[in-house]
Design a protein around this ligand. Structure first.
Ligand SMILES: Nc1ncnc2c1ncn2[C@@H]1O[C@H](COP(=O)(O)OP(=O)(O)OP(=O)(O)O)[C@@H](O)[C@H]1O
Ligand SMILES: [Mg+2]
Length: 290
């Protein structure tokens, strides 16, 4: 970036950080000012005894999963355990046959685009960037219905500040990016909705170890600087446990453990579920914050 471009960007960022609130949902990009509640204050999002059936397939079976404001929460478990279904149930994208999803303690029964407006943004498994669009156009897809051009610009600047690679490559086609860069683009597109909660499905899948580290670092940075609460579905157990406040372990649609990363490390629950040694076991809760 040229010195002039850098100065312009910094000026816009300063405006962003000192600008007025839109009076909306306590949005994440605005809360970069650091006025969001500290971690653990107030249950933000909750699934209570949720069951999801796809015909005869029981994808979620009485699963209860929750998040407090400001937390990073992991959802882990073997293939087919129901991890993605948790995120889809939140977004209104799964056939929920029982239980309830709550947003700020109220039942959430909206259509997906309204759920995004309420402050929940979903970055699906497999990144799914638009490879025939530029990086900037991809980002704009994250707030397609936003008419306020100044607000769109403000969000673009904020996202590009968080991901300098997206600024450098903003005019390039997404197809020219590496897998790790495409993941950053997918995060950025999710943040363009100015969410309070970000749902990330397998963000490190298929990435080289160095890039995996970078992605986990970015998740922590988004949580620290924007105060965005984050649900992350992960197969990389070690990497996830290093950055999260709380973790849920799923097996065959059921929550089989719920607690702090330390509580997960202290049990052999992950070995059991990944080796298929668990059958009908009651939920073990190692949570210290509830
Ligand atoms: N659209 C669908 N139609 C039928 N069955 C489905 C559908 N989506 C998911 N399932 C089934 O529901 C169960 C849970 O799926 P889900 O995608 O939530 O698992 P997952 O834990 O995310 O797995 P993975 O690690 O492979 O991504 C699986 O048995 C899966 O085959
Ligand atoms: Mg999945």
């Amino acid at each position: 970036m040229s010195a002039q471009g850098q100065a312009g960007l910094l000026r816009r960022l300063k405006q962003k950080l000192t600008g007025s609130h839109d009076g909306g949902n306590g949005s994440a990009l605005e809360s970069a000012e650091g006025n969001a509640a500290p971690k653990g204050q107030g249950r933000l999002l909750e699934l209570t005894n949720v069951s999801v059936h796809y015909g005869a397939v029981i994808a979620l079976d009485n699963a209860s999963v929750g998040m407090d404001k400001g937390e990073i929460v992991a959802v882990m478990g073997p293939n087919g355990a129901g991890k993605s279904t948790v995120l889809k149930a939140i977004m209104g994208l799964a056939p929920v046959v029982g239980g309830e999803v709550y947003w700020r303690q109220k039942p959430l029964h909206e259509e997906t685009h309204k759920i995004v407006d309420l402050g929940i943004s979903f970055v699906p498994q497999g990144r799914r960037v638009f490879i025939h669009l530029t990086i900037e156009e991809n980002l704009e897809m994250g707030c397609l219905y936003l008419r306020d051009r100044a607000e769109k610009r403000r969000r673009l600047d904020a996202v590009m500040e968080l991901f300098p690679i997206l600024y450098e490559k903003r005019k390039d086609m997404a197809s020219q990016m590496s897998g790790g860069q495409q993941q950053m683009l997918a995060f950025g597109r999710g943040l363009m909705a100015d969410p309070e909660v970000l749902l990330l499905d397998e963000p490190t899948l298929g990435l080289a170890p160095r890039v995996v580290k970078e992605v986990f670092g970015k998740i922590t940075e988004i949580n620290d600087t924007l105060k965005t609460s984050i649900f992350v579905v992960e197969h990389n157990i070690k990497g996830a446990l290093d950055i999260v406040d709380r973790a849920y372990v799923l097996d065959k649609g059921k929550v089989v453990h719920d607690g702090t990363p330390e509580s997960v490390r202290a049990t052999d629950i992950l070995t059991q579920v990944f080796l298929g040694k668990i059958s009908e076991k009651p939920v073990a809760s190692g949570s210290e914050s509830e």
